[in-house]
Design a protein around this ligand. Structure first.
Ligand code: 5GP
Length: 189
């Protein structure tokens, strides 16, 4: 998505060889018009797939997942991240490390909002090592729903998360692929 590449070049900051600060675009501020256009891109890719629900993980995936769900005319469901877990017999839970926070959190999704009849499009903001995505993929698989595909706004293709999802035979589409952040420079794939 060329528009997104230009916005990343203008508004993102390289923090290290593997971390890009995206507060201006994804993690603290969002541009509603740009976010809706991201949603349109994902919706176009999955329009013919009879998606019944869009699923994401709180919090930064929510705006673009909302935009995608709006375009597809289906509900958005977001998994919660919880540090402690109150026993909820209805919840599907996966424990995952957080790439940016350096802690482990539980990703929790109520079975009430994902059923075996669902055809799911999973949307998230960024994929790095893929821990968050693999956790949510496991939750979706355990629910019995069909995971139709994964849509990621920014794939850092020099890390192995996206590849590990594709190696499971799961379709993964990203709007922008970053090949390197070396020497403080953003290089697109
Ligand atoms: P993963 O589980 O794939 O290693 O990391 C995914 C999550 O970590 C993303 O949802 C995102 O919130 C965060 N993350 C990973 N890499 C970056 C990065 O370079 N910049 C920012 N801002 N967040 C990142």
């Amino acid at each position: 998505m060329e528009e997104l590449k230009q916005r990343i070049l203008a508004e993102a900051t390289v923090l290290s060889h593997d971390v890009l600060k995206l507060d201006a675009l994804l993690n603290q501020q969002v541009d509603p018009q740009l976010t809706m256009r991201m949603g349109q891109e994902f919706a176009e890719l999955y329009r013919s797939e009879q998606i019944t629900r869009v699923v994401t993980v709180e919090s930064s995936g929510i705006p673009v997942a909302f935009a995608t769900a709006y375009e597809l005319g289906v509900p958005l469901v977001f998994a919660r991240r919880k540090k402690t877990l109150l026993a909820d017999p209805d919840a599907l839970v996966e424990r995952v490390p957080s790439f940016t926070k350096g802690i482990v959190t539980d990703i929790v999704l109520s079975q009430q909002f994902i059923t075996a009849e669902d055809r799911i499009l999973f949307i998230d903001d960024i994929i790095a090592n893929g821990d968050a995505a693999r956790g949510l993929v496991k939750i979706i698989q355990r629910s019995g729903a069909t995971l139709v595909g994964v849509g990621i706004v920014i794939e850092k293709s020099f890390q192995n998360g996206a590849q590990s999802i594709r190696e499971q035979g799961i379709r993964l589409d990203s709007l922008v692929k970053i090949a390197s952040l070396d020497e403080g420079k953003i290089t697109f794939a």
